[in-house]
Design a protein around this ligand. Structure first.
Ligand SMILES: O=c1ccn([C@@H]2O[C@H](COP(=O)(O)OP(=O)(O)O[C@H]3O[C@H](CO)[C@@H](O)[C@H](O)[C@H]3O)[C@@H](O)[C@H]2O)c(=O)[nH]1
Length: 470
């Protein structure tokens, strides 16, 4: 354990933060922690729990000159996780439930850390995949890196446990505002994989159920974007301790979520040479890797379209004959109008560049929120998890995006996709005008008296009053 208890005094409120080790989860919780430390100032002392291999991701936060320390606990070994792996980025997408189960092994070490601490934390803020942290004897605040509507959907699924139907059969969430409905194939992949009676899965199920009973909930959203779902959560949870604190953004660009595989300056000067809103950015988050057929179809669409683009291409986490990068000769053919980034891209900087007008996205919630802040038109291609929900929100409710493709294995038609690209940078879409309006609302929320800043301050007040009660 590397926490230093000496500079924690009883006059300050001590909070423990526990991120789930996946890029799409750690990034927003670290950004939120940064905001919390800045707003909380001298009132708060923050400890962040990571396992050793994830410590480097925390480094930018630890060196930000704020009162944030690391608590490093050994990764609990698990029969289905290879030794040395401590982050979902080194597992296939199906590795999420295994990681949830494995981290349950930190329950006993955490209890003993809390019990032996001279000034133990008054509350724990933990990712929504860590519902079991509800049972540590201190109030638990769930952190949702996903949308408020996703929290509504997950709570409904795991509490009501509806029977899974055929892939095409439609399931309707009748209690959730706007009665969301989907074919079963588009519903939370973790829920669909649940195996009744399997002890590891029962742990995962109970952990999700714990979310509905948490003391508080922090969501990376803002009230103008999702007020009906935030109100629904308050009603369902039976209290008002639900704080919409987004968009949580990096305080500084740095190497957020990983070291960028190209110098940020190089990408920025490439974009500087392009006209406003004329570049399409293509990226599918930190997990998804396209199949070879999908990669070829997308490359062909970009080539046919003639648009300027930046494409962040991911390699599979291990040797995989069906997936991966097969772009031989492609970069020469699109030289001068296409920039291919192999590996980790500086996504937020790219999205915020004036030249970028459209974003082909898998609709991971962080990407959606980052695109909203950038006022960029979204071209949606949801693949799994909450991404279908996010795409529906973006296209049908907020109307700031258009559909491009959907499904983890669907191979898009290159001609159709090329048309979507061309329209996205040449058409006068009403979606782009709405995207600019939503951007203003997002920026308003994080201004000094904006709704999300008020929610962060309200959250801090609750934490401090928890400390006073002790
Ligand atoms: O080359 C890259 C790729 C990603 N990112 C960042 O990594 C994050 C990716 O998050 P997200 O867009 O949400 O995608 P995933 O990594 O796929 O996120 C997982 O977690 C999200 C939050 O729960 C879910 O919404 C997604 O469906 C789930 O796949 C974002 O902040 C991106 O800016 C980069 O900076 N560079």
């Amino acid at each position: 354990m590397t926490v230093n208890a000496e500079n924690i005094t009883p006059t300050r409120t001590h909070v423990l933060i526990f991120p789930f080790p996946a890029q799409g989860h750690m990034i927003p919780l670290f950004d939120f922690t940064h905001r919390l430390a800045l707003r909380g100032g001298a009132a708060l002392k923050i400890t962040v729990l990571v396992t050793p291999k994830n410590l480097p991701f925390l480094s930018p936060l630890l060196s930000a000159g704020l009162d944030i320390e690391a608590l490093t606990l050994p990764f609990p070994s698990h029969p289905s996780i290879p030794s040395g792996v401590e982050n979902v980025q080194d597992l296939p997408p199906s590795g999420f439930p295994t990681m949830i189960h494995a981290l349950g092994g930190l329950h006993a070490p955490l209890l003993s850390w809390i019990a032996s601490h001279p000034f133990p934390p008054v509350a724990i803020v933990s990712d929504f995949f860590l519902g079991w942290t509800q049972h540590l004897g201190i109030p638990r605040v769930e952190f949702s890196p996903s949308a408020a509507v996703t929290c509504c959907i997950l709570d409904t699924l795991w509490i009501e446990m509806p029977t899974i139907g055929d892939d095409d059969e439609i399931f309707e969430f009748t209690k959730i505002p706007n009665s969301w409905k989907y074919p079963w194939s588009q519903i939370s992949s973790i829920y669909l994989s649940y195996v009744h009676g399997d002890p590891a899965w029962e742990f995962v199920r109970d952990s999700f159920r714990d979310n509905a009973a948490c003391w508080g909930l922090v969501v990376n959203t803002f009230s103008d974007m999702e007020s009906v779902y935030l109100e629904h959560l308050k009603k369902e949870m039976g209290h008002d301790r639900i704080w919409a604190v987004g968009p949580v953004l990096p305080v500084s660009e740095g190497n957020r979520g990983g070291r960028t595989s190209v110098p940020v300056d190089h990408v920025m000067s490439w974009l500087d040479a392009r006209a406003d809103n004329h570049v399409v950015y293509v990226c599918f988050g930190s997990q998804a890797v396209l199949t070879k057929e999908q990669t070829l179809a997308l490359a062909s669409a970009l080539e046919k379209s003639g648009v300027h683009f930046v494409w962040a291409v991911k390699e599979p986490f291990e040797e995989d004959s069906t997936r991966g990068n097969i772009l031989d000769g492609f970069e020469d053919r699109v030289a001068g109008r296409g920039l291919v980034i192999r590996g980790w891209a500086p996504q937020v900087a790219v999205l915020q560049h004036r030249a970028v007008g459209a974003f082909l996205t898998h609709c991971g919630w962080n990407s959606v929120v980052e695109a909203v802040v950038a006022g960029v038109l979204m071209l949606t291609w949801p693949m799994r998890a909450d991404q279908y929900t996010d795409a529906t929100l973006v296209v049908d409710e907020l109307k700031v995006g258009v559909r491009a493709c959907e499904g983890p294995d669907t191979v898009p038609d290159p001609d159709e996709l090329a048309r979507v690209f061309v329209d996205s940078v040449t058409g006068k879409q009403t979606e782009r005008i709405r995207a600019m309006k939503l951007r203003e609302a997002a920026l308003d929320a994080i201004q000094e008296r904006g709704s999300s800043v008020r929610d962060i301050d309200g959250f801090i007040e609750h934490l401090v009053s928890l400390g006073l009660k002790k």
